[in-house]
Design a protein around this ligand. Structure first.
Ligand code: FES
Length: 579
């Protein structure tokens, strides 16, 4: 690979030199223990040590190809004259981890930062893709600020049911609703179960995984085009080796995250997410990622950029196609090229080229999958940030993925106090619900649930499904899976568990949603709300000890990115003493 920038470091200036190069007892120990692993001095002496943070696990279906990919990354590192060291990190498997993988995003961020700090890493490759792994790895690496490349897992292949493509998540919810409505049999549902996830790789709808890997690419963290390549495509394998070669060069060039993470690069990422019809989870993750880089990103910026950014990717859940189609249509580079006037092409990326240089020559090969700007799916407004007396610090909705007649809606609340209450009553034939009712779920936020789970797509009551109702206004302090859809108001802040107004709503209250005017209001007079607030009591903590207690004490609210308060910011942390 052609070097991108002049080399700035000598072998003696490598961070790892402090571990390996000194003539003292400690360095003797490091060298002898490296010899114990079968390496000779000439394997590593004077070479950049590349930490490959691998989130492979036997219980992470989306990363099941990482055992092979890590060898392909190592091949590139060796070729370029580096010394690869694989370091396993907590694998956040979205469907398996309870109560929510989000509970552990910051755990992975801490682990990534501290692995890089405590070991002799000169540079890093981050291997992730399943939802929270991307922000978790990137947050940690941003704080550590060593030369780093993000290696996205890549989407899995399209799902299949009797010749019909199936999309991760989106079709699970759809067919599950049809089963509950009695429109399909258990036998068909079993075929969906076996056909919806056919290969390694992350979800292939425009869910949180594809949203965040694409955002990472727009931010400059990946090689050009990396986020769109299907996990099992041979191009993905070759990209792994390219990553290995590139990270060694980056160490010599001393190209670090702080060199390319700027306000402009975060605007590029937000614009990308909006044009993709990406997951609402991106708001939480990008705010946390930006603040680690010293960029004071606020929720309002998403709404501002949403007003000028068209929805171009015709991908589920907002559209029709899947990531494999997107890749063949030209992938993210083609989409970014179509957005050229809306992004800052001067932003630097990890290959030492600008984003503009990286998308030069990219073409759209199927303009139904990646729409041209004059034929956008939505002219603007893919995400909307709402405020009002029900969400003083903000809430979010995805107007493109809901029934449009609900954009302005006034209805009576049906309140569920927590998830168990919801599960117990939602299908009760006695539930007094009508199509215009507003379903409210509380105790589902970062502290209240706990862990800010993806419960925000409250199920439509069976009674309503039988009447043909497929969408209703739903409000919660939860998140929603990026593969979900519907008129779901999410991330209501402050959450109910800390006394946010959601805690004060009662069944029968009138709620007014006005997406065009970005408002969400509870039509109850202020005196009555003050009375209810006075009677409200803080719920007891979920966790008496352990990580959960740390989480509950230090997690910030959704509008602040849900980072731990003690991990935010850019204050320098001393390098470890080598003695
Ligand atoms: Fe891993 Fe969806 S389950 S990305």
């Amino acid at each position: 690979m052609k070097p991108g920038r002049p080399h700035k470091k000598t072998a003696e200036q490598l961070r790892s030199h402090r571990w390996y190069g000194a003539q003292d007892l400690r360095a003797f120990g490091h060298r002898s223990r490296t010899a114990q692993m079968g390496y000779d001095r000439k394997d590593y002496a004077g070479k950049p040590v590349i930490a490959i943070i691998n989130t492979w696990s036997d219980i992470n279906q989306c990363h099941s190809h990482f055992k092979q990919r890590v060898e392909e990354v190592k091949r590139g590192v060796w070729q370029a004259g580096g010394f690869p060291v694989e370091m396993p990190a907590m694998s956040l498997s979205e469907p398996f981890q309870k109560p929510s993988a989000m509970l552990y995003r910051n755990f992975l961020a801490m682990e990534t930062e501290e692995l890089l700090r405590s070991y002799p890493a000169d540079g890093a490759v981050l291997m992730g893709g399943c939802d929270k792994t991307t922000p978790g790895l990137i947050m940690g690496a941003t704080s550590m600020n060593l030369p780093t490349v993000f290696f996205p897992a890549g989407p899995m292949l399209r799902g299949n049911l009797r010749g019909t493509p199936l999309g991760s998540g989106s079709d699970t919810w759809k067919y599950w609703a049809e089963l509950r409505a009695g429109n399909i049999t258990e036998e068909v549902m079993k075929e969906v179960e076996d056909g919806i996830a056919r290969s390694p790789g992350h979800c292939m709808t425009m869910g949180t995984a594809s949203t965040m890997t694409s955002a990472a690419e727009a931010l400059g963290w990946t090689l050009p085009g990396a986020a769109s390549i299907p996990a099992v495509d041979a191009n993905h394998q070759r990209m792994a080796t390219d990553v290995g070669r590139r990270i060694v060069e980056m160490v010599w060039e001393d190209l670090k995250p702080a060199d390319f993470l700027t306000k402009a690069s975060f605007d590029n990422a937000i614009t990308t997410v909006l044009a993709l019809g990406g997951s609402t989870n991106a708001l939480v993750h990008l705010i946390a990622m930006a603040r680690r880089a010293g960029v004071a990103l606020m929720l309002e910026r998403f709404d501002e950029l949403s007003r000028t950014t068209p929805l171009l990717a015709n991908l589920r859940p907002a559209g029709k196609y899947l990531m494999e189609d997107f890749y063949f249509a030209g992938g993210l580079r083609a989409l970014l090229a179509e957005l050229r006037e809306l992004i800052d092409g001067a932003a630097l990326t990890i290959n030492a080229k600008t984003l503009g240089e990286n998308i030069a020559g990219a073409s759209i090969y199927n303009d139904d999958v990646i729409r041209r700007r004059d034929n956008a799916l939505l002219a603007n407004g893919g995400l909307a940030v709402l405020t009002g007396n029900l969400a003083p610090d903000g809430a979010v909705i995805k107007p493109g993925a809901m029934e449009q007649h609900l954009l302005v809606h006034r209805g009576r609340a049906i309140v569920f106090d927590d998830y168990d209450d919801l599960a117990a009553r939602i299908d009760d034939p006695a539930l007094e619900v009508e199509p215009g009712s507003v379903l409210v779920l509380r105790s589902a936020g970062p502290i209240g649930a706990p862990g800010f789970p993806e419960w925000g797509q409250l199920p439509i009551p069976k009674k309503m499904l039988a009447q043909g109702v497929r969408d209703m206004v739903r409000i919660s302090d939860a998140r929603m899976s990026g593969t979900s859809y519907g008129a779901c108001v999410l991330h209501v802040a402050p959450e109910s568990a800390v006394g946010g107004p959601l805690a004060l709503v009662r069944t029968g209250d009138e709620i007014e949603l006005d997406v065009p005017n970005r408002t969400l209001n509870l039509r109850v007079d202020a005196d009555e709300l003050a009375r209810r607030k006075q009677a409200w009591r803080t719920p007891p903590p979920h966790y008496p000890r352990g990580y959960g207690a740390l989480f509950s004490r230090h997690i910030t609210q959704a509008n602040d990115g849900c980072d731990f308060d003690f991990l935010e910011g850019t204050a320098p942390i001393p390098e470890p003493e080598i003695h």
